[in-house]
Design a protein around this ligand. Structure first.
Ligand SMILES: *Cc1c(COP(=O)(O)O)cnc(C)c1O
Length: 386
C-alpha cells in the first residue's frame, strides 16, 4: 500500500454498518464485565489513560506511515522526544545529541538530564559514520534530527545507524512528517514527530508520536510513558487523525510553495544564503536526494544584514507571513532566529540574521509580492537614530 492509500484508509472502523471515521471515545474508567475479567486483566487497556479506540485508530495510522511495530502518543512533540530519551538514559550513562537539535530538547538535556547524572554530549550534525569515535560503553542513545532545527543540516542517518551498532538511535522526523522521510527504514530505532506540525496541519492541536522499529523498543517506550503518567485527549487524537487524511496533498503543495519561495529568495540581493535541502545549493543536497522523497515547506535564509532594526522593519511590513513559533499549518510564517545562541559545537558560525520561513498554501504571487514590498520598505527607511 502506498502512503496516499494508507492515509485514506488506516485507523478507520473496519466492520459492520459504520461511519467513515472512528468515534471520539472519551473515558477514564474501563468497566470489566466480571470479576474474573478484572483479575485476568486480559485486555491491553484496562484504564483510560492507556488510550481508547480513538487512540488505537491514530496509532494504527502512524504505525503504517512510519513502518513501525508500535506507536506511543504523547501530549506534545517535545514530550515525545524527551520521553524517548528518558526511556534509555540512566544515571551514569551518556547520550549523544545532535548540535542542531530543537532548542527545548537541548534545555531538557542540560537542565533535567545533566543534573540527574546523565552525561550529555553534543555532536556536529555532519558527523556521519565518524560518530563511532564518540561511542563508549556508557553511550545509552544517539539522538538525531534531520534536517536540523533553524539551520537545516541533513544527517547521514544510515552511516550513523551503522556506526551505532546496538546503541538505540532516535530521530526527530517532524520536518519529513513520516511521508517524505522514513528513518525506521534507514536503520533508526525510533522516529519521533511533533504531530502538532504537519500531521495535525491546522495549528490547532498539540500531540507527539513515538514510532518504534521493533516490538522491544515499542515496549520500552510504552512502559516509560505509563510510568510517567502520560495521557492524551481523544479529541486531540481525533483532530490529528483528521488532519492526516490530507497529509500527502498538503505536503505536496507545501513542497511546491517552499521551493518556489526558496528559489525566489535565492535571487534576491538582500539574501546571502538560502538553507533549503531541496535546492542544489544546499551542502547536503545529495543526501536529501538519496534519503528523502520530498521537501516540506520549512526553510531558512541568511540575510546579508545582521542589524536588528532592519529585521524589525522587514517583519513588521509583512502582511501574509505571521510572526510566531511552531509551523506545519496551512498558513505562511516568518520567524527571526539566532541559531548561534543554541549551538555549542561551533558548526554554525553565521553572525548575520537568520529568518525561518514556513511556506503556506496562499497564492505564490501574493507571497512573493508581499516579500518584495517588505524588502523595498526595509531597504528604504533610514536606520533609526542611535
Ligand atoms: C515544534 C517541534 C517540536 C516540539 O513540538 P511541540 O508539539 O510544539 O511540543 C519538536 N521537534 C521539532 C523539530 C519541532 O519543530
Amino acid at each position: 500500500m502506498k502512503d496516499e492509500t494508507k492515509l485514506c484508509h488506516l485507523g478507520r472502523p473496519h466492520e459492520g454498518l459504520r461511519m467513515v471515521n472512528p468515534a471520539v471515545e472519551r473515558g477514564s474508567t474501563v468497566v470489566f464485565p466480571s470479576y474474573d475479567d478484572f483479575r485476568g486483566r486480559g485486555r491491553p487497556k484496562y484504564y483510560g489513560r492507556h488510550g481508547t479506540d480513538t487512540h488505537e485508530a491514530l496509532r494504527e495510522a502512524v504505525m503504517a506511515l512510519e513502518g513501525a511495530e508500535g506507536v506511543t502518543l504523547t501530549s506534545s512533540g517535545l514530550s515525545a522526544v524527551n520521553m524517548a530519551i528518558l526511556a534509555y538514559a540512566k544515571p551514569g550513562t551518556e547520550v549523544l545529541v545532535t548540535d542542531s537539535t530543537y532548542d527545548p530538547v537541548r534545555a531538557f538535556c542540560d537542565q533535567y538530564l545533566a543534573p540527574r547524572g546523565v552525561d550529555v554530549r553534543y555532536y556536529d550534525p555532519l558527523i556521519g559514520g565518524g560518530i563511532r569515535k564518540l561511542i563508549t560503553e556508557k553511550t545509552a542513545l544517539i539522538h538525531c534530527e534531520s534536517p536540523g532545527s533553524l539551520t537545516f543540516e541533513l544527517q547521514d542517518l544510515p552511516a550513523i545507524c551503522e556506526a551505532a551498532g546496538d546503541v538505540p538511535v532516535t530521530v526527530d522526523n517532524t520536518w519529513g512528517a513520516g511521508h517524505f522521510y522514513k528513518p525506521l527504514q534507514l536503520g533508526a530505532t525510533i522516529s519521533i514527530q511533533s504531530a502538532t506540525k504537519y500531521l495535525g496541519g491546522h495549528s490547532d492541536v498539540f500531540l507527539g508520536t513515538i514510532a518504534s522499529r521493533t516490538a522491544k523498543a515499542a515496549k520500552t517506550i510504552f512502559k516509560t510513558a505509563q510510568l510517567l503518567g502520560n495521557a492524551t485527549s481523544p479529541d486531540d487524537v481525533y483532530t490529528v487523525l483528521r488532519g492526516m487524511r490530507t497529509l500527502h496533498i498538503r505536503l505536496a503543495e507545501h513542497e511546491v510553495q517552499g521551493l518556489a519561495l526558496a528559489r525566489w529568495l535565492e535571487e534576491r540581493e538582500e539574501v546571502a544564503r538560502v538553507l533549503h535541502p531541496g535546492l542544489p545549493s544546499h551542502p547536503q543536497h545529495e543526501l536529501w536526494k538519496r534519503d528523502f522523497t520530498g521537501a516540506s515547506g520549512l526553510f531558512s535564509v541568511v540575510l546579508k544584514r545582521g542589524d536588528e532594526a532592519y529585521t524589525r522593519r522587514f517583519i513588521d511590513k509583512l502582511n501574509f507571513y505571521a510572526l510566531g513559533y511552531s509551523w506545519g499549518g496551512y498558513e505562511s510564517l516568518c520567524l527571526p532566529a539566532w541559531p548561534a545562541t543554541c549551538r555549542s559545537q561551533g558548526a554554525w558560525r553565521e553572525e548575520r540574521q537568520v529568518l525561518r520561513f514556513h511556506a503556506g498554501l496562499e497564492a505564490i504571487e501574493d507571497l512573493t509580492a508581499d516579500l518584495d514590498q517588505a524588502f523595498a520598505a526595509a531597504n528604504q527607511e533610514p536606520l533609526p537614530a542611535p
